[in-house]
Design a protein around this ligand. Structure first.
Ligand code: OAD
Length: 244
């Protein structure tokens, strides 16, 4: 049903969330084993938390970096990467900061929440908010990294609770909702503005699909809800695409 709609001409947009990386061993935020069951977001993922205790925040990000560094893309990432090369009108929008879509070879990922592998000046200084790549701290951070321009504290270049998203990125994600098929994969669909993209896609008349083993707020809104893990469902869809 979904595969039949995927041809070279299809404008296909995929929104992914933490569930797409679950099979790689990256913990999700919500649900069984979710990070927010054991950690309080307001102590670790807000500008205020960083101002209060930058070392604690970096310890948590260092721990997550170490965990993610040991993870490899799974079949779901691989299928999406191959679609990014196969379908000329394909856009991948992700809420994930782990970099596994890029590691799988997906071209031009629209990263709504930044990257755990990038840092930026926390102030920001005259050098601005442009992030730089930093993979050094792939183990629990012992030192809070410094901004090379002003010597002040550097922070993870991810979006924290209460922060605005980059309007350019939001625009790119929003434009991609003008599509024929919209897939929401492995997201609990509760964090906005990402969760709103599905509504936008519906308004554009897209055929909407959810892939998630658990029901979410989006399940009753989509045309098809596939209650399976992403790595299973995407593999099955990929096998059924008619490439003649
Ligand atoms: P969540 O942790 O909220 O949701 C993950 C979803 O993945 C859940 O609905 C699970 O049922 C589902 N899931 C688990 N295993 C799966 C699998 N193998 N295949 C498919 N789905 C699976 O993650 P997000 O929706 O990405 O924000 O969370 C959104 C944002 O909330 C994150 O980007 C982060 C978090 O706070 C920021 O850090 C700003």
């Amino acid at each position: 049903m979904v595969a039949a709609r995927l041809t070279r001409e299809t404008r296909l947009t995929v929104l992914t969330g933490a569930g797409v990386s679950a099979a790689s061993g990256v913990p999700t935020f919500r649900g069984a084993g979710g990070l927010w069951r054991n950690f309080r977001p307001e102590e670790l993922a807000t500008p205020r938390a960083f101002a209060r205790d930058p070392r604690l925040v970096w310890e948590w990000y260092g721990w997550r970096r170490g965990l993610i560094a040991a993870c490899r893309p799974n079949r779901a990432h691989d299928v999406l990467a191959s679609w990014s090369r196969q379908f000329p009108k394909f856009t991948l929008v992700t809420q994930n900061v782990d970099g596994l879509h890029e590691a799988a070879g997906t071209q031009e990922v629209v990263r709504m929440h930044g990257s755990i592998w990038e840092v930026r000046c926390a102030r920001p200084c005259a050098a601005g908010t442009t992030p730089w790549r930093d993979e050094v701290s792939a183990k629990p951070a012992l030192e809070v990294p410094a901004c090379p321009h002003c010597g002040g504290l550097a922070r993870p270049a991810v979006v924290w609770f209460g922060e605005m998203l980059d309007p350019v990125i939001v625009d790119r994600a929003s434009s991609a909702t003008d599509c024929d098929v919209f897939l929401a994969v492995g997201t609990s669909a509760v964090v906005y503005p990402a969760a709103g993209l599905l509504h936008e896609a519906k308004r554009h008349g897209a055929f909407t699909v959810e892939i998630n083993p658990e029901a979410t707020d989006a399940s009753h809104l989509v045309d098809v809800a596939i209650a399976e893990p992403a790595e299973v469902a995407l593999d099955a869809i990929d096998a059924m695409i008619d490439r003649a």
